[in-house]
Each structure stands twice: as structure tokens, then as C-alpha cells.
Write a protein that binds this ligand. Structure first.
Ligand SMILES: [Zn+2]
Ligand SMILES: [Zn+2]
Length: 140
């Protein structure tokens, strides 16, 4: 999780899938950079995020698969971000904001660029951000 720089629009959308092919993703822009987020969730998920406006991303799901959500609830997020993976092969596809939560930007999404071919990542600035500032949970 990191604020997005404007991605560069592409003439043709970049299309790719999860490992089993049931989740198809098309992105209309190349990310300004990719981020191997070092926060507690993303580190364990092994994600390399590209950040987009939701309108730049089209995700379609085959009839025999769904996007399964893991909704983060920890020091960095209180049910406001969903990590979405293919129900069949387990590939992590995206994070999205959970509607109606205080931080519901609505317009921002992260796409796991590990689903792209390695050559698509060539030349991109590769960062290791730490994610958003950690919220201190108050003792009950
Ligand atoms: Zn899959
Ligand atoms: Zn993160």
C-alpha cells in the first residue's frame, strides 16, 4: 500500500491471468513503479504491487472460480482493505478498498504484478516501501 503515482496509459491493454487462467486481468496503463510492500500482510503474501485507478483495471472471473477475499484487520487496517485471490489456484490478484469504510478511496486498487511476465516488469522502478503508517491500537 502506497500512494499511487499516475500510471502511463498503454495503447493496448496488458492482459494476463492467474496461474490457472480463471481470473483474467487487463490493465490499461503501465504502473509508474512497482512495490514489494514490506508491511505485515504484503510481505507474507509475496506481492509486487502496481497501483492503479480502478477504471484502469478490468478483472473478469470464469464461471467456476471466484475472487476470495481476505479482509485485513490488524495494526495497519481495520477491515478496510480486501486482498483478493483466485479460488481455484490461489494466486493473489489484487487489493481493493472495502466499500463504506472510512478509508474507502474507492478509486484506488493494487494489482499483483507477479502475475505479469517477468519481461513486463523490466525497466520499472522496483521499490520496497513499508506501506502506510502503522496505526497504534489503543488498549481496551
Ligand atoms: Zn486461478
Ligand atoms: Zn502492504
Amino acid at each position: 500500500m502506497e500512494p499511487a503515482l499516475p500510471p502511463t496509459p498503454l495503447a493496448e491493454p496488458l492482459r494476463y491471468t492467474c496461474h490457472c487462467g480463471r481470473i483474467r486481468v487487463a490493465i490499461a496503463a503501465k504502473p509508474a513503479f512497482v512495490n514489494e510492500c514490506q508491511c505485515s500482510v504484503c510481505y507474507k503474501l509475496g506481492a509486487i504491487w502496481g497501483y492503479f485507478e480502478r477504471r484502469q483495471v478490468d478483472v473478469t472471473t470464469a464461471d467456476d472460480a471466484t475472487l476470495q477475499a481476505y479482509i485485513r484487520s490488524d495494526e495497519n487496517g481495520d477491515g478496510d482493505v480486501s486482498f483478493n485471490r483466485c479460488s481455484h489456484c490461489g494466486s493473489l490478484v489484487s487489493w481493493t478498498r472495502v466499500p463504506g469504510k472510512p478509508e474507502d478511496g474507492g478509486e484506488k486498487t493494487g494489482i499483483n504484478c507477479r502475475l505479469l511476465e517477468p519481461k513486463e516488469l523490466e525497466g520499472l522502478d522496483r521499490r520496497r516501501g513499508t506501506g502506510p503508517p502503522r496505526k497504534i491500537k489503543k488498549a481496551a
